[in-house]
Design a protein around this ligand. Structure first.
Ligand code: PRP
Ligand code: URA
Length: 209
């Protein structure tokens, strides 16, 4: 079974509080989401493998570590996932980016796919699927399905806030996928919103409500 990692660094938790606050305006919301995404990128890459190389310092030759293993790919789920993308790219500027466009039908809560564009070598990369919200888990499961159909095997999920229902659904559908969140909230309400959550992430990022 995949693991659930709650990134409980004090800076992440502090910023998340103001992301949740309904008084936070669009500009500040966007900046805070960007900052938390950068901090979460630090946590999610904690276990990437290293190898030793030789480097000439001004003093002598030394053995020093560099990142090895698979190249990274970032997969934001449109549209709200875009709000976290630049923050992650700040730490991982060489990563390639694939986009998966999904929206959740408000009546059925089922994800509807409208766009997929992935790097040509996506199946060779270690992937991080990015979306602020993991609610029922339908969108995350659909995005991971898209990637697995293309032959991808190393996939992690990064969310700001998850509901227990969504975590369970993703782990059942994709037991090989680890999920990194800033917070695990209480539950979903009758409209499929995370409680207490932050409201509609896409609308708050882009000022569409
Ligand atoms: C939100 C969110 C996730 C999805 C989560 O996107 O960004 O993609 O809902 O819900 P789920 O876990 O129940 O599938 P939304 O469908 O509102 O689209 P948007 O990003 O275009 O606003
Ligand atoms: N999508 C959101 O943006 N927020 C929720 O609480 C659930 C799904």
């Amino acid at each position: 079974m995949g693991k659930l990692v709650v990134c409980d660094h004090p800076l992440i938790q502090h910023k998340l509080t103001f992301i949740r606050d309904m008084q936070t305006n669009t500009k500040d919301f966007r900046e805070l989401v960007d900052e938390v995404a950068t901090l979460m990128a630090y946590e999610i890459t904690r276990e990437v493998p290293l190898e030793s190389i030789k480097v000439q310092t001004p003093v002598c030759e030394a053995e020093a570590k560099v990142i090895s293993g698979r190249m990274l790919g970032l997969i934001p789920i449109l549209r709200a996932g875009l709000g976290m993308l630049d923050g992650v790219l700040k730490l991982l500027p060489a990563a390639k980016v694939g986009h998966v466009g999904l929206f959740r039908d408000p009546q059925t809560l089922q994800p509807v796919e409208y766009y997929v564009k992935l790097p040509t070598d996506v199946q060779e990369r270690e992937l991080i699927v990015i979306d602020p919200m993991l609610a029922t888990g339908g969108s995350a499961i659909a995005a991971i399905d898209v990637l697995k159909k293309r032959g991808c095997t190393q996939i992690k999920m990064m969310n700001l806030i998850a509901a227990p229902e969504g975590v369970q659904a993703v782990h059942e559908a994709h037991p090989d996928v680890d999920i990194y969140v800033a917070a695990l909230d209480e539950r979903l309400d009758e409209h499929g919103y995370i409680v207490p959550g932050l409201g509609d992430a896409g609308d708050r990022l882009y000022g569409t409500k």
